[in-house]
Design a protein around this ligand. Structure first.
Ligand code: BT5
Length: 322
């Protein structure tokens, strides 16, 4: 809590010296406590300059994604206020499922600095290298019938695109249903899972993996040509904690809109960022490969594809090639 407040003071006074006295007044703690926390920040990679009579100045942030580092940029009312952080875990989805079963609140997130068995869809693997990516799972408890939950994948993709633009100025596109791409390469993967009865959703777990500071060599050879990172696109390192808080901020805005007004406004935004409607695509489903014109998505988030014979197919799950 004190660390979070201290980081907020630094964030509000960029590049300025702040006296120990002023910080201790703002935080309501002793100067010794401040000194101790600054020492800890330094150990976590922060560069903090201290000068007699002037106080402390934050020169460079560390690249941590601990709770206090995420909360500095968080502007939400409920999403992301409870954070479970892991230095290393198999998959944040697995932890989030356990927490959801144990009554975790809506908005609770699980974050890992490294995942050793990150999950994609349909049993596929998601690579998330130590210290370079964002791996998080968000627990939601919407009052929705199970068939509506794919809408939340689309909502999340919109939130991520908007957050990345706000944070880095980069423009991404969405490939139905769950990929966020830049210049045709995959930057973000989204995995939506749920705990539900046939007609009642207990919880939805939304997993978001973002490639942030990977170099080309950091990617495994099998994905090197299809994956990209914010570092590669922007040519400079990007603050992972800021990316996380930006995603959570955008997510809450859109989620509240969705709960109030339904999917329609989200659908309009999704279509504006989508690269997979209004064009010819291949859709590889579990049983066949379809080719045709992607007409749009339905209100349930189902992709409509009109094949060359004029027949329209409803696609619930597929990999898309354009
Ligand atoms: C996804 O699956 O894209 C969903 C990925 C969700 C990952 C998050 S991280 C936090 C949370 N915890 C988890 O364990 N998972 C979630 P899918 O559409 O099936 O895509 C998987 C495919 O993307 C793989 O088969 C690779 O081809 C490719 N891929 C794997 N890692 C990648 C990466 N880091 N960047 C780009 N592409 C990747």
């Amino acid at each position: 809590m004190l660390k979070e407040k201290l980081l907020k003071v630094f964030a509000e006074n960029p590049n300025e010296f702040i006296s120990g006295e002023k910080i201790s007044q703002q935080l309501g703690c002793t100067r010794t406590a401040i000194w101790k926390h600054i020492d800890e920040l330094r150990k976590n990679g922060y560069e903090v300059e201290s000068a007699p009579r002037k106080g402390y100045r934050l020169v460079r942030k560390g690249d941590g994604i601990h709770s206090h580092e995420i909360k500095v940029g968080l502007q939400t009312k409920r999403i992301g206020h409870e954070i479970s952080y892991y230095e290393e875990t198999d998959s944040t989805q697995i932890i989030a499922h356990q927490l959801a079963q144990n009554q975790a609140n809506e908005g609770h997130i699980v974050i890992a600095n490294e995942q050793t068995a990150g999950k994609g869809r349909l049993g596929r693997t998601w690579h998330s290298r130590q210290g370079t990516s964002v791996s998080m799972s968000l627990i939601l408890r919407p009052e929705l019938p199970p068939q509506k939950t794919p809408q939340l994948t689309l909502l999340t993709a919109v939130a991520v695109v908007r957050a990345i633009h706000a944070n880095t100025g980069l423009d991404c596109q969405i490939k139905w249903p769950n990929d966020v791409l830049i210049n045709g390469k995959k930057l973000v993967g989204i995995l939506t899972e749920m705990q539900a009865d046939p007609d009642f959703v207990h919880s939805v777990i939304i997993g978001i993996g973002v490639n942030v500071n990977q170099s080309r060599e950091d990617f495994d050879p099998d994905i090197r040509d299809i994956a990209t990172s914010l570092l590669l696109e922007k040519n400079e390192p990007v603050d992972r904690a800021a990316v996380i808080s930006a995603i959570l901020n955008e997510f809450e805005l859109l989620y509240d809109l969705y709960l109030e007004e339904g999917f329609s406004p989200i659908k309009t935004l999704w279509e504006a960022y989508s690269m997979s409607v209004g064009t010819n695509i291949y859709a590889r489903t579990m049983k066949e490969v379809l080719y045709g014109y992607a007409v749009g998505i339905t209100d349930d988030g189902v992709l409509l594809l009109r094949d060359e014979s004029g027949e329209t197919h409803s696609i619930y799950s597929a990999d898309i090639e354009i």
